[in-house]
Each structure stands twice: as C-alpha cells, then as structure tokens.
Design a protein around this ligand. Structure first.
Ligand code: SF4
Ligand code: SF4
Ligand code: SF4
Length: 343
C-alpha cells in the first residue's frame, strides 16, 4: 500500500453548493485545455439523486471489498459524454436568420457531464435535490495505483497527492477500471490516462486549489488532515460532520462531505411534518454510510443552538466568515507568485 507522511484533503459542505460549476470551469481553464482533453472535467458537479458522470458510475464496480480488489468496468467515452460541436458558424454567420437554430453536429448525444441537472427526486410538495461536486479523492488506498502494471501512478510522500506519470503510462486503462469513483479520463490523442492533480503546482506555492479558491459558495475547505488548527481536522476528526462518499468502496478517500439538510417536509394537509427528513435518510446512507445519521444530528443540534440565539463554533466554521480560514494556510495570493510557464 502506498504511504505518505502527511495527507492533504478537501471538505465540501453540500449545504452551500449552488451548482454554479465555477469550480468545474476553474479547473478546465487551468488544466484541461490541451488536445484530447476536450471532454474532460476533472471537477464535476452533478444533481443528486441522479445518474451522474460518467453515466451510472456507482454501478461500475472497482475499489476493494474485504481487502481484495473488486472487478470494475471501463467507462466509455459515451458514458462521460463528448465535447459536442455545434453549428455556430451556420447560425451566426450563415445569413439564414431565424431559419436555423443551434444544434449538435454529428451523432445525437444521449448523455453528458451534467445531463440530469436539477431533476432530483421525491414527489411534490416534498421534492428534493442537492448538488454533489466530485474530484479525484487522492485516496489513502488508491485502487488506481494498485491496478497499474507500469507503476505509473504514485502517491506523494509529503502530502498524499496521487499523480499519474504520463511518460510511464502506456494507456492500458486498468486504473480507470479500478477507480470506483470513475474519476480518471483517457486522452485519446496522447494515449495516456489523466486526472485531477489536486492543483499540486499551486499547493507547492501555498495557494489553495483553483476549484476551492474560485468557489463563490465557500463550499470547499482545504488543508492537512493532521493539522489541529486547520479546518479539515476540525470538521472530520473533531466534529465528525464531514464524511467520505461511498466508504464501502474501500479506497479511503480524502475528500469529505458535510451532508445536506433540506427544508422540512409537508404532510398531506400542507402542514410542516418534522417527523422525518425531506431528503430520505436511506438516500444519504446509500451515499455516505450510517455515519451520515450522526453527522446530521450534530449539524441539526448546532443549527438549533444558533436559532435559539446561542453561539456555535461549528456553524461559524462552516459559514466561513473569513475565506482564509478555509484553506489551512494555503491562502497565498497567486498574483504575487512568479509562475513557471510551459514554452
Ligand atoms: Fe485513484 Fe480514483 Fe482514488 Fe483518485 S479517486 S486516487 S483515481 S482510486
Ligand atoms: Fe482541478 Fe485542481 Fe480542483 Fe483537481 S484540485 S479538480 S486539478 S482545480
Ligand atoms: Fe459552485 Fe462551489 Fe458548488 Fe462548485 S462547489 S458548483 S463553485 S458552489
């Protein structure tokens, strides 16, 4: 098993995510603009309940069960959805006025990176949905690393970031089969696998990840897991309100989520019904396991405190009045840094 001395991590507060995709675009602009990367979204945000990206990724296997590797499916490019070409030229410059409309060129798409946006679940008046942002989890027990026969994937000793060495990669894609979160993409031009790099060139300069720093919802906390003064330790270890997605996949993810709390339910007469939560517990348990129920209780208890006029250290931390408090010391201004640029 790969071991690192320290582990960087991210906590995402699902109560604050507005599904704006700023994180997705921040990552795209920075890291996936080269050839063959058109269809890649190292950061994705999907509506839950939903089939996600790649389509039905939760049913594709991979990871570990009882310590042994579990077979996994290789997601196809169609499962992710392509970067579609549109008839912009014809619509904007073809001189055909309103006789033509924007449409996808070539084969009709049937899935994409955010295909089931805002569909959600439940029945009126108790419909519900929430957004689930995902990146590579930089797992403590990375299935991708163990599956690679070329030893092209490594976990950095100093901070636990999981990286693919493109010079060693031969494009076998066993990592894609093995990753249970399906967070690896294949570059069909370069014939190598590629994925989120946790913005390590920024991290090395003391700057938080682009997806975290750009997030207008202040959803994402960054830092070392063992830093008792940082937000990660406080949310994961101390308050225990941040928990990993699908812990049963056995890879020990280092991205954690504060579970979402929806408005109360209504009963058939239209009165508030607080006997159960609007987002069904079963749904959240299917995503985060039973620890989500304790996390919800803690969150609800602290929310009640503040409603009663009291103070809650946890609520203050989650609200994040000062953005710098979210980044465990990774708060340097990127504009003050002399960045190396590729020729
Ligand atoms: Fe590897 Fe997948 Fe874990 Fe990322 S999420 S470290 S790609 S197993
Ligand atoms: Fe992209 Fe960096 Fe966020 Fe990873 S950490 S998804 S590379 S912006
Ligand atoms: Fe927007 Fe932040 Fe949610 Fe990304 S994580 S969709 S940037 S609110």
């Amino acid at each position: 098993m790969a071991e690192s001395k320290r582990q960087l991590a991210m906590v995402m507060d699902l109560n604050k995510c507005i599904g704006c995709q700023t994180c997705t675009i921040a990552c795209k602009r920075l890291w996936t603009r080269d050839e063959g990367m058109e269809y890649m979204w190292w950061n994705s945000v999907n509506t839950m309940p939903g089939r996600g990206t790649p389509r039905d990724w939760e049913q594709m296997g991979g990871g570990f069960r009882d310590g042994s590797a579990r077979p996994g499916k290789l997601p196809t490019r169609r499962d992710f959805g392509d970067a579609w070409e549109f008839n912009h030229q014809e619509v904007f410059y073809g001189g055909k006025g309103d006789k033509v409309h924007l449409k996808v060129q070539g084969e009709e798409p049937d899935w994409g990176p955010n295909w089931d946006e805002d569909q959600g679940g439940g029945e009126y008046p108790n419909a519900y949905y929430f957004y689930l942002p995902r990146i590579c989890n930089h797992c403590t027990h990375p299935a991708c690393l163990e599956a690679c026969p070329r030893r092209a994937i490594s976990k950095r000793e100093q901070d636990g970031i999981v990286l693919i060495d493109e010079d060693r990669c031969r494009g076998y894609r066993f990592c894609m089969e093995a990753c249970p979160y399906k967070k690896i993409y294949f570059n069909h031009q370069k014939k190598v696998s590629q994925k989120c790099i946790f913005c390590f060139p920024r991290i090395e300069q003391g700057v938080a990840n682009a997806c975290a720093r750009q997030c207008p919802g202040r959803v994402r906390f960054v830092g070392y897991r063992d830093d008792p003064d940082g937000p990660i330790w406080k949310l994961v270890e101390h308050w225990k309100v941040a928990i990993p997605l699908h812990p049963e996949y056995g890879t020990e993810p280092n991205v954690f989520y504060v579970p979402p709390i929806a408005p109360p339910r209504f009963d058939e007469q239209g009165n508030l019904d607080e006997s159960s939560r609007r987002i069904p517990d079963e749904h959240l348990v299917s995503l985060f396991g039973t620890p989500v129920l304790d996390a919800l209780k803690v969150l609800e208890g602290e929310m009640a405190k503040t409603r009663g006029g009291g103070k809650s250290e946890l609520m203050d931390l989650l609200i994040a009045y000062q953005w710098k408090d979210m980044f465990g010391g990774f708060d340097r201004d990127p504009a003050t840094i002399e960045w190396e640029r590729e020729a």
